[in-house]
Design a protein around this ligand. Structure first.
Ligand code: ZN
Length: 586
């Protein structure tokens, strides 16, 4: 055996390399490969080369070059993030070397670094990289023969992206020698953009004006124009959603806005009832007048009447001055009564009288004041049940409930979760002055798997926490958002049951989430399990099952016809029927 001299540097490199390898997981059962929290692909270099050739032939050499450079640049940034997780920031040299090692591990080229002068604090950077067996140069030679200039575009973009992300400033790496142009190997030099005479390649790497982007932009415009022409619902910025259940509620709201009908908003805590009420006000004829909101559950019972109807001086001890109530203040506009089920019976009687007569009498007063108010009430309990128990007046109930709009909980709007999360990400990044790169793939799966008992408000809080905890320039990972997730050391995620499974959920839910989050079953397969469960629950009624899932009947029927069978999915299906064991899925 050859004796290896173990210098300090090679042992550090080996440690980095071992660490990177340990982040790599192949899951043959689900058809996924993970590197830390990013999904990877193992593809044939040859098919990649064919794709490259097709790009050259359809887009032309220059556009193909800048497209491939940009893909490389973006990958370099992602790999910098991957390699710098939990890395010691004090040793720039050692931290930097993780990049070339990963690049080598990914099979791009054997990369060695003959020269590296680096100091992140001072912003100083110079690198030379020697690349052997570059797959790009080999592919080019095979398809086109010898070139007169460097052809390793991906490499060129990748190294620039990696170095720029690492230094936190623009670094351009250029290929000064290329195997495809007759050199023994490819050779790169990298330094800050301003130190190059010609740095036009760098703007190509950032340039968004590629032909593909232009096409996508035009395509989006067409979709947008089409939907505008079709009179499709246009949503205001703080109401977001695409799921059928949500759009149905919004459509009803839009219709109600044009009339004066009393609207009762029904939905769980945190689904956005106040946003709906405000939207109703803003879309209606009263939009120039005030919108006054009051949460009946938040005000002590003995004060709620004076809050609503106002008080005259001396009406009771402590009433030192006369003041109008919310009804008078909302005159001409809209009054939003949240948690209306918590209103005490005496206040209910007064409220009914105000609605019938269109005038209020302040507490302790004798004069009446005319009021013209549109009332929007909201509740998270079933008012009809309160009526049956004698806790809510039936005449008031019918008065408030002229039109009921049911706002679905977030778990019935799976389609909207990532949309909303992205919106909150944008909002909180702006507030906190942060630049983040979105959610990691696993974080997205976790957002979709979670049950959201606190609905949109909870989602907002979770994303806000993620934005706060994720370092600048990185992706938000599961742990930034859900501290109760734990990594059990075998690369599997476990979900703390308190973290999200509502009490009525089936006991297999925890295992189900585990199976998704650890990559044992894919979201596709999880959807199949959900679809089957809904059909079972609806006793075979497809329309009812589709409603539970927030799908149309046709969508559900299609899904049932195209199921992705898998042993684990089957085991979850059969487990639901038989005994529920506490063991994780094997
Ligand atoms: Zn080359």
């Amino acid at each position: 055996m050859k004796k290896v001299k173990l210098t300090k540097e090679t042992s550090a490199n080996e440690a980095v390399s071992t660490n990177l390898r340990s982040q790599l997981r192949f899951s043959s059962e689900t058809g996924e490969i993970w590197l830390h929290e990013q999904r990877m692909l193992l593809v044939h270099a040859d098919s990649h080369a064919k794709l490259r050739r097709e790009l050259i032939e359809t887009l032309g050499m220059d556009r193909a070059r800048s497209t491939i450079m940009r893909i490389g640049y973006a990958t370099g940034i992602s790999d910098c993030e991957l390699t710098q997780i939990n890395r010691d920031r004090t040793n720039d040299h050692e931290s930097f070397m993780a990049g070339p090692l990963l690049f080598t591990l990914e099979g791009n080229a054997k990369t060695t670094i003959p020269k590296l002068e680096i100091n992140r604090k001072m912003g100083k950077f110079y690198v030379e990289a020697l690349l052997e067996n570059s797959w790009e140069s080999q592919a080019y030679l095979r398809h086109y023969g010898e070139s007169t200039e460097g052809v390793c575009w991906y490499l060129h973009g990748y190294s620039s992206g990696y170095c720029s992300a690492f230094m936190g400033k623009p670094i351009l790496c250029k290929e000064v020698k290329c195997f495809a142009a007759g050199a023994n190997h490819c050779y790169l030099v990298g330094k800050p953009v301003e130190e190059w005479d010609d740095s036009s390649d760098f703007s190509l790497m950032l340039n968004q004006e590629s032909i593909a982007d232009q096409l996508i932009g035009l395509q989006n415009q067409v979709v947008h124009l089409r939907s505008a022409m079709g009179g499709k619902t246009k949503l205001p910025s703080d109401i977001v959603g695409n799921s059928p259940a949500f759009l149905a509620a919004y459509e009803l709201l839009s219709q109600a806005a044009g009339s004066q009908i009393n609207v009762l908003l029904q939905g769980e805590t945190g689904v956005g009832k106040e946003v709906f009420a405000r939207t109703l006000h803003e879309k209606g004829a009263r939009c120039k007048e005030s919108f006054i909101a009051i949460n009946c559950a938040a005000i002590p019972h003995d004060l709620v009447e004076s809050e609503l109807f106002g008080v005259e001086k001396g009406a009771f001890t402590g009433a030192h001055a006369s003041r109008p109530g919310r009804f008078e203040r909302a005159n001409g506009g809209t009054l939003f009564l949240d948690e209306v089920g918590d209103l005490p019976l005496s206040a209910q009687a007064k409220l009914l009288r105000v609605l019938q007569e269109g005038e209020v009498e302040r507490l302790g007063g004798t004069k009446t004041h005319k009021v013209d108010v549109r009332l929007v009430a909201a509740t998270n309990v079933d008012l009809r049940q309160l009526v049956e128990k004698g806790k809510f007046r039936s005449d008031l109930y019918y008065r408030l409930n002229a039109l009921q709009i049911y706002i679905p909980p977030l778990r019935e709007r799976k389609l909207d979760i990532l949309l909303l999360a992205k919106n909150f990400l944008k909002k909180f990044s702006a507030i906190n002055g942060k630049k983040l790169r979105g959610f990691s793939d696993k974080a997205k799966l976790a957002l979709l798997a979670y049950q959201w008992p606190g609905n949109i408000r909870e989602l907002q809080n979770v994303v806000e926490r993620g934005v706060m905890l994720a370092p600048n320039g990185t992706h938000i990972t599961i742990n930034h958002m859900f501290p109760s997730y734990r990594n059990d050391g075998h690369g599997e995620f476990a979900l703390d049951i308190k973290g999200g499974l509502s009490a009525h959920q089936e006991a297999s839910g925890e295992n189900f989430c585990d199976a998704i989050l650890s990559g044992k079953i894919t979201m596709e397969q999880a959807n199949d399990v959900l679809a089957n469960a809904a059909v079972e629950k609806a006793k075979g009624n497809l329309s009812a099952a589709a409603r539970m899932l927030g799908l149309t009947r046709a969508q559900l029927a299609y899904r049932l016809e195209h199921q992705h069978d898998n042993a684990i999915v089957k085991s979850i299906r059969s487990r639901k029927k038989s005994h529920l064991s506490g063991h994780p899925l094997k």
